[in-house]
Ligand binder design. Structure first.
Ligand code: SF4
Length: 238
C-alpha cells in the first residue's frame, strides 16, 4: 500500500554501513542513515548527517542496487539517522525494504510519535531502538527543544503498548546528565514497565563539543548499574 502512496525516492539517505551485528541485536544488518535532525544534543556524533548538502544524498538507484546485492546475506536493514521519523516517506521506505525479504529496524529519538504509531500499526517495523535522553526535567536542556519530552513520552507509550520488540537506551556523560538524572530515568522507565534498557558510554567519535571530548567516560557509576540490574529485567552497559 505504501509503495503506491509515497515516493520512496524522497527520503534522503546520506550513509550506509554495510554490516553490523550490534544495531539490531541477534541479526546481521546493514544501516541506512537518513539526513537531518532538528535537535541539538551536545554529544551528537552525527553532525555530518544534520547538515547534509544535496550531493551527500545517495542516489535511489544505488540504494536499490545495495538491497538487491545483499538479499540472502543480510537479515535486516536498520534505518538510523539523523532522525528517520522526520521523513513522511519512511513508511514507504520500510515497505520497499520488506519486498526484498529483509526485516526492518528503526533507531529514533522519539520526536514523531504519530509516525512511530503508524509504522507499528501497519506492521512495517520489527524492532525499535528509542533514545531516552534523560528524565523529563532534563529533556529540554539536553535536546534544546521544549516539546521534546512530551513527544517522546507518547512514543514510549506507543512502543510499550504495541508488543513490538524494542530497546530503550541512554547515553551517559556526566556533563550532560547527572547521576541523579540517570537514576531518575531508570526509576521512571521501570515504573512504565520497560523491560529492556541500555546505558551507552559516551563515544568521542564525531563529537564536536571539546568540553565533552576532554573527558574519558569509561565507567558507569556502580550504584546506577545496581539499580538498573534490580529494576529492569534486561539491562546492560554498552
Ligand atoms: S537526537 Fe540524535 S541525531 Fe539528533 S541531535 Fe540528538 S544525538 Fe544528534
Amino acid at each position: 500500500m505504501y509503495l503506491l502512496e509515497t515516493d520512496v525516492r524522497d527520503i534522503p539517505i546520506a550513509g550506509i554501513q554495510g554490516m553490523t551485528t550490534i544495531d539490531y541485536p541477534g541479526h546481521v544488518s546493514a544501516v541506512f542513515f537518513t539526513a537531518g535532525c532538528p535537535w541539538h544534543c551536545r554529544y551528537c556524533h552525527n553532525g555530518r548527517l544534520k547538515n547534509c548538502s544535496p550531493e551527500d544524498i545517495i542516489p535511489h538507484e544505488d540504494i536499490m542496487s545495495f538491497l538487491t546485492s545483499r538479499s540472502g546475506y543480510l537479515d535486516s536493514i536498520v534505518i538510523s539517522g539523523g532522525e528517520p521519523s522526520l521523513h513522511k516517506t519512511l513508511p514507504g521506505l520500510l515497505a520497499m525494504i520488506r519486498t526484498f525479504g529483509y526485516k526492518t529496524a528503526l533507531h529514533t529519538n522519539g520526536m514523531n510519535p504519530d509516525m512511530i504509531r503508524k509504522i507499528i500499526t501497519h506492521g512495517l517495523v520489527d524492532y525499535i531502538a528509542l533514545d531516552i535522553k534523560g528524565p523529563p526535567r532534563a529533556y529540554g536542556r539536553i535536546t534544546q527543544n521544549t516539546d521534546a519530552c512530551k513527544a517522546v513520552s507518547h512514543s514510549i507509550k506507543h512502543i510499550l503498548s504495541s508488543g513490538i520488540d524494542y530497546e530503550f537506551r541512554t547515553t551517559y556523560h556526566p556533563l550532560v546528565l547527572s547521576e541523579a538524572d540517570l537514576e531518575r530515568t531508570i526509576v521512571i522507565l521501570a515504573g512504565l514497565g520497560c523491560r529492556k534498557y541500555f546505558i551507552q558510554r559516551f563515544s568521542k567519535d564525531g563529537v564536536v563539543d571539546e568540553e565533552l571530548t576532554g573527558w574519558d567516560v569509561t565507567e558507569i557509576p556502580r550504584d546506577i548499574v545496581r539499580l538498573g540490574e534490580k529494576l529492569i529485567p534486561e539491562f546492560g552497559i554498552r
